[in-house]
Ligand binder design. Structure first.
Ligand code: HEM
Length: 528
């Protein structure tokens, strides 16, 4: 007995000594490498003992729905102390991370040093229960393979199917009931945007829309059940799984703490529902094409097109759900923020409405609204760009060093020297903060001013869709959908008023950001 205790004691001692020595050796190696690379240390963000004070601040900010402001405050506080403030070292529990808002460093993470950084195990492990090995969470050759398979599906022709858009738009318009005073009082238009994008995304991806807009109408009887699960339960399970995963990410390495029974159940429901469509696509004859109601045009179904190349049902489901995750909330959130901004700015609302009518006619007598037409409508594009600057729907993101490396700036007293980044360090980059830096955008940085995009050629300081080899695949699709919806709304309503706006904007941040609690609008119908 005594011998066993003695042995365990010695083993523990040996382990501690080994850890201390290897940590000492690693530090010396890092210091030598940092010197060779000309690196200087970055400022350290004061975060209290073990970073607990910062963790509490962030938790409170999240509860108050003001996480983005908390990130801005951190930078402002460093600036007030007269320190370089664009790249910071942060201690959290026993982890050291980096935070950067510097466009040069972000460019290094995403493009010029792409091979030095990956999404890493937190992103993979966090998403695994829901997305398996889909494009949104893998690295290396698995990611390359997914990207090669998926990219052709985003070709321009697939972005141009506005007949499908119009069908779902009409269902959305039905939810905007105009009263005898000519006004639609819409308690939360953002929720309707989420239903719209869910409906059109599932039509494009699964080949069949969930039609949540119709099933949520008062007295509706429409309901779809697949593998014993109703569409409403699928949508709720999908939202719940995303929410739990995003909470886990805030704990960095400890993300798995959130992966309990609740997440398991939500993922099971999502998978059961999606498997119905996967099975159907795999059973479909190659070359068998479907047609939309008018019988003239081929209906494009993402899943069926993908099933021609991917025959493994699990892999097919992973990619399907990855695209749904990437594409649905983002586009709806953009619409929410855009209509929030327009509602607060009647002069620009009128300007954009006139532009839309000049390009695309009136609501009752529209001209074709095509991908190219929307792209050429410059002021509409500026409005969407400016919305994504002020309210990037992916406000924070991260990459992990896969080897000892450096990022170009942020070190030393002037913040101009490279910074050493040891292997396995998470580097967080906050696009929200970068998009609100006065040094880049000028003193009116906090104002929604679409005109600032006139003749502007954006670089790495403007990054709503990411950049480099992992740039968003759905950028054109998102801007087309958001542009189309906006034009149709502008055509129908000549004026819009916000109702009960809070003095300070709040955000619900999960994997993406959206308005919180929603957006109450009064929309006044035009006569023509
Ligand atoms: C306003 C709308 C959108 C915004 C702001 C947006 C933004 C982004 C961002 C920031 C990323 C990079 C994520 C990362 O690597 O960490 C991304 C990736 C991606 N997005 Fe989007 N997105 C939007 C809409 C869409 C849509 C509609 C789709 C598809 C239908 C889509 C598909 C993808 C895919 C597949 C990736 C992964 C690319 C890769 O890792 O290679 N996105 N998006």
């Amino acid at each position: 007995m005594f011998g066993a205790i003695f042995l365990v004691g010695w083993s523990l001692c040996a382990l501690v000594i080994y850890s201390l020595i290897s940590s000492f050796v690693r530090r010396r190696q890092h210091a030598r490498l940092a010197r060779q690379l000309g690196c200087e240390p970055p400022p350290i963000l004061p975060t209290g003992f073990l970073g607990i004070r910062r963790a509490i601040t962030m938790m409170k900010a999240q509860q108050k729905r003001q996480l983005q402001d908390a990130f801005l405050n951190e930078r402002n506080a460093m600036q007030k102390m007269g320190k370089p403030c664009n790249t910071l070292k942060v201690e959290f529990l026993n982890q050291t991370l980096m935070v950067t808002y510097d466009p040069k460093n972000v460019q290094a993470l995403l493009a010029t040093q792409f091979k030095d950084f990956a999404l890493g195990p937190i992103r993979f492990g966090g998403f695994y229960p829901l997305l398996g090995t889909g494009i949104f969470s893998t690295d290396g050759s698995a990611w390359e393979h997914s990207r090669t398979m998926l990219r052709p599906q985003f070709a321009r022709s697939q972005v141009e199917d506005t007949a499908v858009e119009e069908y779902h738009l009409q269902n959305f318009m039905q939810a905007l009931q105009v009263g005898p005073d000519g006004c639609a009082d819409v308690e939360d238009i953002q929720t309707l945007f989420f239903r719209l994008t869910m409906d059109s995304a599932t039509e494009m991806l699964f080949g069949e829309s969930l039609d949540t807009q119709l099933s949520e109408m008062p007295g509706a009887t429409v309901s779809m059940t697949r593998n014993g699960l109703r569409e409403r339960d699928f949508a709720a399970a999908f939202d719940k799984a995303q929410y739990i995963i995003s909470e886990g990410f805030r704990l960095n390495e400890l993300y798995w703490i959130y992966q309990g029974r609740e997440l398991k159940n939500a993922c099971k429901n999502v998978h059961d529902f999606a498997d119905y469509f996967v099975k159907r696509a795999l059973n479909q004859e190659f070359g068998e094409k479907r047609t939309i109601e008018d019988g003239k045009k081929e209906k494009y179904v993402f899943l069926e097109a993908l099933a021609a190349d991917i025959r493994d049902p699990r892999k097919l489901r992973d990619e399907l759900l990855s695209i749904l995750t990437a594409g649905r909330d983002t586009t709806a959130a953009l619409l929410g923020y855009l209509w929030y901004s327009l509602a607060k700015d009647p002069v620009r609302y009128t300007k954009l409405r006139q532009t839309a009518i000049d390009h695309f006619g009136t609501y009752q007598h529209p001209k074709p609204i095509t991908f190219t037409g929307l792209k050429n409508c410059a002021y509409l594009q500026y409005c969407m760009n400016e919305t994504l600057r002020l309210f990037p729907v992916v406000p924070l993101n991260s990459r992990r060093a896969v080897r000892d490396t450096s990022i170009p700036v942020g070190g030393g007293a002037d913040g101009k020297s490279p910074v050493f980044v040891p292997k396995d360090t998470e580097v967080n980059y906050y696009v929200h903060v970068m998009h609100r830096m006065k040094e880049i955008w000028g003193p009116d940085v906090e104002d929604w001013k679409p005109e600032r995009f006139e003749n502007r050629k954006s670089g790495w300081e403007y990054l709503p869709f990411n950049g480099g080899p992992r740039i968003c695949l759905g950028q054109q699709s998102a801007l087309t959908k958001a542009g189309y919806t906006t034009v149709r709304l502008l055509q129908r309503f000549e004026r819009v008023e916000p109702v009960d706006l809070e003095p300070q904007l709040r955000h619900k941040v999960t994997l993406t950001s959206r308005l919180y609690p929603g957006l109450h609008l009064r929309l006044f119908e035009a006569s023509g």
